[in-house]
Design a protein around this ligand. Structure first.
Ligand code: NAD
Length: 483
C-alpha cells in the first residue's frame, strides 16, 4: 500500500501527496464491533486546508480537468473505477473494522464507488448544451460549465460510496474537489486517494482531508475560495452550512436526514414487506438516511405485520462485521446512547415494544433490533430521525389517512408503497411527499435513479443523469449576426 498509511497512521491526500496534516494532530479511530482502538488518522488543520484550496484553484485555472478533452476525462474516471476495484478487498477490511458494518457491505460500498466512476465516466463527453432559435439574425447556444472548486462534506454511514457519489459527477463536469471525510471512520475514504493516485488524477484536482467538522469543515464551507458546496449529513449541520454559505453566497446541495414511511395496504404480500424491512431498517444497523424507519399498516393486517416484524428482529444473527452477521453495531458509544434515549421515550408515549428496546449486553456498541408498535404519529420516536435499528409501526384505516401520516413529518427523503393494486400505487405514490418512492421493494433503484429530498431532507438531486446538472452552471451565449 502506497504512502497512504505510514507507521499505523492514515494520512491526508493533499494535492496528490500523502501528508500528515498540521502540528502532528491526530484522531483515534475505534472499532465499534469491539469498542477497541483501531488506528490513528492524521488531522488536517487550517494550513493543510489552505494548501488544498490553493491547489484546487490552481488546478481549475490550469484547466486540468475542465479543459481536458471530455473523452479523456471519461477515460480518467474509468481508470479510477478500475483502481477502486483493485483496492476493494483491502479497503473493505478497513472500512468494516472502522464503521462496524459487515465485510460484505463494506465491499459493496467500494464496488458501488467504482460504479459511480463507471457511470459518470460514460456521460463525461455527453454534457451537451442547446441551440435556441432566435430568428435568422442570431445564433444562440448554451454551454454547461463547471463551477470551479467543489467542497464536499461526507458523513460516516457510507463514507466511501457517498464520497464517490458526489466526486464522480463533479469530476465528470470538470470541477476540482476537496473532500472532508467524517471523523468517526475516515480511513476507508482516505484509501480512495490511493485509487485516485494510481489513476493519475492531476495533482491538486482532488484532495481528501481528514478533519474535524466544526474546525476545517466549517472553514472549508465558509471560504470564498469555494464555488460550490455539496453536503451530506444531518439537518443541524446542513443548517449551519447554509448559514455559512449565505456570506459568500455559495451554491449548495443539501442531502440531509429522513424519517421515511412505508405504506402497507391490505393486499400487500407480508413476506415481501418483511424482506424489505430487513434491509430497510436493519442494514447497517439502520444508520441509513433512507431507512424504512416508519411502517404504516392497514388495520386489517396490522397485527400480522407486527408479529412477523418482531419474529424477524428476534431472529437476526448478531456479531462483529467481519463475521458478516445480519445485525451489526452502531458507529459509536454516543450514537448508541442517543438511540437508547429516544427509544426509551416510546413507552411513555404509549408505544408497545414488540422486540428489542435497549442495547445488547456484549462487547461493542450494539442496539437490539427494535420493533415499536402502536406508535403515536405525533410522538418523538415517530417524528425524529433515530438513525438506528428501530422501526415505528402505526395502523391506518384509509388511503387518505396513510398519506397524511406518511407526509406528517418535517422530512421527505423517500417513501414506499406495498400493494398489488397498480392504480392505488400510482394514486398514493403521486401524493407522497418524498424524492423517491419504492414500490414493493425498499431501496429499489440504484446509482442511475435520482435521489434527494424535500422539506428538511434537503434539496438538489444526487445519482443518475439528473445529478450531473448539480455540478455545472448553464451559460447562454447569444450572437448577433447583424453587424
Ligand atoms: P453530521 O451532520 O454530524 O456530519 C456530517 C459531516 O459534516 C461530517 O463530516 C462532519 O465532520 C461535518 N461537519 C460537522 N459540523 C460541520 C460544520 N459546522 N461545517 C462543516 N462540516 C461539518 O452527520 P453524520 O452524523 O455524519 O451523518 C448522519 C446524518 O447524515 C443523518 O442525519 C443522515 O440521515 C444523513 N445522511 C443523509 C444522506 C443523504 O443522502 N440524504 C446520506 C447519508 C447520511
Amino acid at each position: 500500500m502506497s504512502a497512504f498509511i505510514k507507521d499505523g497512521l492514515a494520512r491526508n491526500f493533499l494535492a496528490g501527496n500523502w501528508v500528515e496534516g498540521d502540528g502532528g494532530n491526530r484522531i483515534a479511530v475505534e472499532d465499534p464491533g469491539s469498542a477497541e482502538h483501531l488506528a490513528h488518522c492524521a488531522l488536517a488543520g487550517e494550513e493543510s486546508l489552505g494548501k488544498a484550496l490553493e491547489a484546487a484553484r490552481a488546478s481549475f485555472e490550469r484547466g486540468d480537468l475542465a479543459d481536458m478533452r471530455p473523452s479523456d476525462r471519461a477515460s480518467l474516471l474509468w481508470r479510477i473505477a478500475v483502481e477502486i476495484h483493485t483496492i476493494a478487498d483491502e479497503g473493505a477490511d478497513l472500512l468494516c473494522r472502522e464503521s462496524g458494518k459487515t465485510l460484505s457491505a463494506a465491499h459493496e460500498e467500494f464496488e458501488e464507488a467504482a460504479q459511480y466512476f463507471e457511470y459518470y465516466g460514460g456521460v463525461a463527453d455527453k454534457i451537451e448544451g442547446k441551440s435556441i432559435p432566435l430568428g435568422p439574425d442570431y445564433v444562440d447556444y448554451t454551454v454547461y460549465e463547471p463551477y470551479g472548486v467543489s467542497a464536499q462534506i461526507v458523513p460516516w454511514n457510507f463514507p466511501v460510496s457517498i464520497a464517490a457519489r458526489s466526486l464522480a459527477p463533479a469530476m465528470a463536469a470538470g470541477n476540482s474537489v476537496i473532500i472532508k471525510s467524517p471523523e468517526l471512520d475516515p480511513i476507508g475514504l482516505a484509501m480512495l486517494g490511493v485509487a485516485l493516485e494510481r489513476a493519475d488524477v492531476p495533482k491538486g484536482a482532488v484532495s481528501i482531508l481528514n478533519g474535524i467538522g466544526r474546525d476545517i469543515g466549517a472553514k472549508l464551507v465558509a471560504s470564498s475560495e469555494v464555488d460550490q458546496i455539496v453536503f451530506t449529513g444531518s439537518v443541524p449541520t446542513g443548517q449551519a452550512i447554509l448559514r455559512a454559505a449565505a456570506g459568500p453566497v455559495t451554491p449548495s446541495l443539501m442531502e440531509l436526514g429522513g424519517k421515511s414511511a412505508a405504506v402497507v395496504l391490505e393486499d400487500a404480500d407480508i413476506d415481501t414487506v418483511i424482506a424489505s424491512l430487513q434491509s430497510g431498517i436493519f442494514y447497517n444497523a439502520g444508520q441509513v438516511c433512507s431507512a424504512m424507519s416508519r411502517v404504516l399498516v392497514h388495520r386489517s393486517i396490522y397485527e400480522d405485520v407486527v408479529e412477523c416484524a418482531a419474529a424477524l428482529a428476534n431472529g437476526l444473527s448478531v456479531g462483529h462485521g467481519l463475521e458478516n452477521p445480519e445485525h451489526t453495531p452502531v458507529i459509536s458509544a454516543a450514537q448508541l446512547k442517543g438511540i437508547e434515549e429516544i427509544t426509551s421515550t416510546a413507552r411513555q408515549s404509549g408505544a408497545r415494544v414488540a422486540a428489542g428496546g435497549s442495547s445488547l449486553e456484549r462487547q461493542g456498541y450494539f442496539m437490539a433490533p427494535t420493533i415499536l408498535a402502536d406508535v403515536d404519529p405525533a410522538s418523538r420516536v415517530a417524528q425524529e430521525e433515530i438513525f438506528g435499528p428501530v422501526v415505528c409501526i402505526t395502523p391506518f384505516d384509509s388511503d387518505a389517512e396513510a398519506v397524511a401520516l406518511a407526509n406528517g413529518t418535517d422530512f421527505g427523503l423517500v417513501a414506499g408503497v406495498f400493494t398489488k393494486d397498480l392504480a392505488r400505487t400510482h394514486r398514493i405514490g403521486r401524493k407522497l411527499r418524498a424524492g423517491q418512492v419504492f414500490v414493493n421493494e425498499w431501496f429499489a433503484g440504484g446509482i442511475s435513479t435520482p435521489f434527494g429530498g424535500v422539506g428538511k431532507s434537503g434539496f438538489g438531486r444526487e445519482k443518475g443523469l439528473e445529478a450531473l446538472y448539480n455540478y455545472v452552471l448553464t451559460k447562454n451565449i447569444a450572437i448577433s449576426l447583424k453587424g
